[in-house]
Write a protein that binds this ligand. Sequence first.
Ligand code: BG6
Length: 510
Amino acid sequence: MKKRFPKNFLWGGATAANQYEGGYNEGGRGLALSDLITNGSNSSPRKIYYMDTKGNENSIILGMSLPKGAKSILKENQYYPSHKATDFYHHYKEDIKLMAEMGLKCYRMSISWTRIFPNGDDALPNEEGLKFYDSVFDELLKYNIEPVVTILHFDMPKHLADVYGGWANRRLIDFYTKYCETVFTRYKDKVKYWITINEINVLGGYWTLGLNSASEDLTDVNVEKGAGIHIKLPDEEARAKFQALHHLMIASSYANKIGHEINADFKIGCMLALSGIYPATCHPDDVFGAYDFRRRAYLYADVMLRGYYPSYSEAIFDEYNFTLQKADGDDEILRDFPSDYFAFSYYRTTTYNRNGAKTVTTGGQQGDSNPYLEETPWGWPIDAKGLRFVLNELYDRYQKPLFIVENGMGNVDAMEDDNSINDDYRIDYLEKHIKEMYEAVTVDGVDLMGYTWWGPIDIVSAGTGEMKKRYGFIYVDMDDLGNGTLERKKKKSYYAYKNIIETNGECLHK
Ligand code: BG6
């Protein structure tokens, strides 16, 4: 008999505070680094402005570190998309109702660290911020929607970067674990599923790690077009990044320890960006190159799920003359407190071409396009079968429950004369990916906890800061510069996903 999807499968949607929540200066919230990023586009990267030690104003692009001693600034006459985002802060009741009507079983969201600790190192948490998330979780639970909470999603306090130099400083481990302990304790009866850090394998530079250590000429940085965050790091920045990521992984392991002490039923996962990678040809250098490329992402999952640095990490570190600094007890905390499950994002696949290695980044994400696949308007190859491949690849390697916590397509939506939005391209993407996911579970036997579509409601793009790169089943009336009524409207895809959830995926498998 053909197996079916598990009855308790977590169908849902996913967002992040810095792209959705807004209310950046309300309720006692402090400034986060995501609040300092301008809008942009595929051809004009998002920027962070700063003042250098001589008082000169300049800017960096996403992924880069600030020069030593520089301080980031908010610049007048710039549009900062996170400040309002699509205003979940004031619309959460309306939005959660829409999600409930769509049938979502779970909703993945992130907590904004600076809403809880405005500076990151405050002695006491901000009660108004804690209350806000109490209200959000209560609203979700009212509709039997299970919250899945990301503790850190591209969203660190500016003060921790200014004063401590970000995650390069081990003290951040203490601030982060205090933040974790605070939210674990406060929400222990409301939230069961946690994710410690979003997409750890693609973090880097100032925005996501608060690194303030660049000494090389930033104007030399090679930025590739077409795929959002796509940057080759200079050696010194790569070294700072590896050390910072070590601190993050230690912090994540402490969070696993503390979380289970607070509530033994918690499920606490790690999360990586794991869109797939193929060799461009069967030339052995392409095949091994693709494998080597993939290991730059596996590295972090190996540490967080298996509990130790893999042997090949030495070779990667050697490329940058990097020596990892470990403190006493680091090996033990990694070994003893691995993640409970493996959450990942999957949007696309990419190909590794031995002649096109200049497009490879250390995060293991970007590469060349694939002649067999169609692409989104933002140049992301669409590859549903690749999802089945990646699910098998990860389950074979780690044998831990998997959770697809981001999958989706960014596209331009047009409103018809009758005000309807007929996003058949999104429905096609959704259905094809879910069919492959179904095969992975029912035929290949992958242990999959759930699936959360990225941006069930339109939110700001992380990579480009655009609003027109929409992922939602629910439209939000707002343009790239924040103009619009913020009115919410169901798209055609809303009904398609509702039907998939209602039938537990069976409607696609008659
Ligand atoms: C993931 C991030 O990398 O990709 C999200 O976790 C992001 O925050 C998503 O929004 C899609 O990327 P983009 O650039 O289209 O928003």
